[in-house]
Write a protein that binds this ligand. Structure first.
Ligand SMILES: CCCCCCCCCCCCC/C=C/[C@@H](O)[C@H](CO)NC(=O)CCCCCCCCCCCCCCC
Ligand SMILES: Nc1ncnc2c1ncn2[C@@H]1O[C@H](COP(=O)(O)OP(=O)(O)OP(=O)(O)O)[C@@H](O)[C@H]1O
Ligand SMILES: [Ca+2]
Length: 544
């Protein structure tokens, strides 16, 4: 906001709402008169000129730091009540303008059991008063069971054509339900029933998240904080950002969409163990995380992945995805596929102590003609190995446990995911990996980690007799070694898919660039001044 002499100009993009107030006699507020006008050349500015005693307050946002947003009230005096109401009406009308893309009608799902079970209170105390101030009409639904929200969406019980957005008050799991319900509804609406055979269709409406869960990764990654008021304000201002969505197939059948993490091994075991400890609340993850860490399990698997065609973009390139990110803006424009290259490289294997590097390559040569045949004109690679963790993230996955996130330079909407493979390693080495992940420190010099920016990948556990050949150096494996290998390979993990367990280890995953829009704008670059932050991203005016 800019104040000068007898005039005040407010940036309407950052006005939350306006209300009539009685201004105390000795207030230091501004007043304005008949000459005040909405400046038509600058659609988001209102010029005001001071005059009389009655008043109204305009609530605007402030940025106190750490990506949090708060409200500040700026009060204005008027000569009489009629002028006061004219101003209130003029500002409300301006805010309703299509140019702002602000939501007018929302359906709000509240999961009363999220996180520390405070979602209902958080919503009533902090969110609802702001929605009321912003004149947003809300249909409130407190979920009664798992998949309640998803079922309502899929069955089209909510007349989605008449609303501007869905809001979930809860954690990542609640968002995942709403996302899957909305995408399924959108496909069914176009009479698409077999999801695995069709490209998913982008929904018309946006989703907002009020963080009330245990990890709140999506909120943290798209706003820079897990703060209830900040998320509410992003929804009210009508922010929008497209985020990448993965479709996950098991045995070539579509099972679900995901947006944050797909983790096999460590993250899968951790989740499975934590699922029956929900009574512990958010601390279940640290408990199960420690148990899985001590177990130090590693699993055999084969990963095939298609590299991003943009070879300049890499998980370690130190290019942060900030609000208005160029890489995300350009994504989708280029659909060109990268040149064909098939390479099979070995994962690290410390258990078998075999000279497998050369053997993997031998195996690779025998397979390469098949692979190049199946995936011509593409950038597919294959890795075979024994892994403590295979993680794929579609966004950085920042959260309180790891503010920089699992992959700090991952982009929200570049149509890619970052694949991080942690080969079998000692507990000390894995702890080093975890600590560096928590602090966002360099990991590329850890020789048991591989990181790639990919468009799709598939994973299969190596459990069959025929697989033993690919992980042993010997053509005729001695019986004793066969038994040992059999025992080791029969052990499989599960997938952690946005906090939901997928029991089948064999999956394939594909990214859909910016398939869904959220009420958010990405993390604002902390090195910018407030007015630069406002201007670098004016999503409200993007009607595309
Ligand atoms: C030594 C401290 C290391 C801290 C390491 C932190 C790395 C954490 C990276 C977080 C990535 C979050 C990915 C987001 C996943 C969400 O879609 C999902 C649903 O909400 N949440 C979880 O799966 C829940 C994921 C919860 C992850 C918890 C990890 C806890 C690790 C504890 C390790 C203890 C080692 C003890 C050594 C003595
Ligand atoms: N009324 C309900 N009773 C039981 N489970 C519910 C209910 N409503 C939703 N759920 C389910 O609860 C699961 C977890 O909810 P949510 O994601 O909100 O919280 P969380 O697990 O604490 O947080 P996070 O996902 O961030 O770790 C979701 O998968 C959702 O489907
Ligand atoms: Ca991405």
């Amino acid at each position: 906001m800019y104040l000068s002499g007898h005039e005040a100009s407010l940036d309407l993009r950052e006005v939350v709402g306006v209300k009539a107030v009685k201004i105390p006699a000795k207030s230091s507020t501004l007043s304005f008169g008949k000459n005040a006008k909405v400046d038509e050349n600058v659609p988001y500015c209102i010029e005001m000129q001071p005059i009389g005693p009655l008043g109204f307050s305009v609530v605007i946002i402030t940025r106190p730091g750490n990506h949090r947003w708060r409200c500040k009230q700026v009060s204005f005096q008027c000569k009489d009540s009629s002028l006061c109401h004219q101003w209130i009406t003029a500002i409300k009308e301006a805010l309703k303008s299509e140019a702002f893309c602000r939501p007018k009608k929302l359906v709000v799902f509240v999961n009363p059991f999220s996180g520390k079970k405070k979602a209902v209170k958080l919503y009533r105390d902090k969110v609802l008063p702001l929605f009321e101030l912003a004149d947003i009409h809300v249909t409130y639904i407190e979920t009664e069971r798992q998949n309640h929200a998803r079922d309502l969406l899929v069955q089209n019980s909510l007349d989605l054509k008449r609303i501007d957005g869905l809001v979930c008050v809860g954690g990542d799991g609640m968002f995942s339900e709403v996302l899957n319900g909305l995408l399924t509804f959108t496909a069914h609406d176009l009479h698409i029933e077999e999801m695995d055979r069709f490209e998913p269709v982008a929904p018309d409406i946006r989703i907002g998240i009020i963080p009330a869960g245990s990890t709140n990764t999506i909120v943290y990654t798209t706003t820079g904080t897990s703060d209830v008021v900040t998320s509410t304000l992003h929804i009210i201002l009508g922010d929008q950002i497209g985020i990448d969505v993965n479709s996950v197939n098991v045995n070539d059948q579509f099972v679900r969409y995901s947006v944050t993490l797909l983790g096999y091994g460590y993250m899968g075991d951790l989740l499975k163990d934590s699922d029956n400890k929900r009574w512990m609340g958010p601390s279940r993850y640290s408990w199960s995380g420690t148990k899985s860490f001590l177990a130090n399990n590693a699993y055999y698997g084969e990963i095939k992945y298609r590299l991003s065609s943009n070879s300049d973009s890499h998980p370690t390139d130190a290019v942060k995805c900030y609000s208005g990110c160029d890489i995300c803006s350009m994504a989708g424009q280029s659909n060109s596929r990268s040149t064909s290259k098939v390479e099979i490289s070995a994962g690290r294997d410390t258990d078998l102590q075999l000279d497998e590097q050369s053997d993997f390559m031998k195996h690779s040569n025998s397979q390469s003609s098949d692979l190049s045949g199946s995936y011509s004109d593409s950038n597919w690679r294959t890795v075979i190995g024994k892994f403590v963790a295979v993680n794929s993230v579609t966004m950085s996955c920042s959260c309180d446990l790891s503010p920089p996130g699992m992959s700090p330079y991952c982009h929200l909407g570049d149509g890619c995911m970052d694949l991080i493979m942690v080969s079998q390693c000692s507990r000390i080495e894995f702890l080093k990996f975890l600590l560096r992940t928590a602090k966002g420190e360099e990991r590329k010099n850890l020789d048991f980690i591989q990181m790639h920016r990919v468009k799709e990948f598939s994973f299969r556990p190596l459990t069959e007799d025929s697989d033993l050949l690919s992980i042993s150096s010997e053509e005729n494996i001695p019986q004793s070694k066969k038994v040992k290998l059999k025992r080791q390979t029969s052990r499989t993990s599960v997938w952690n898919c946005d906090g939901e367990v997928i029991d089948q280890p064999k999956i394939s995953v594909r990214v859909h660039c910016q398939l869904v829009k959220l009420f958010a704008r990405g993390v604002e670059d902390p090195s910018l001044q407030d007015d630069q932050k406002r201007n670098c991203c004016s999503p409200s005016f993007d009607n595309s």
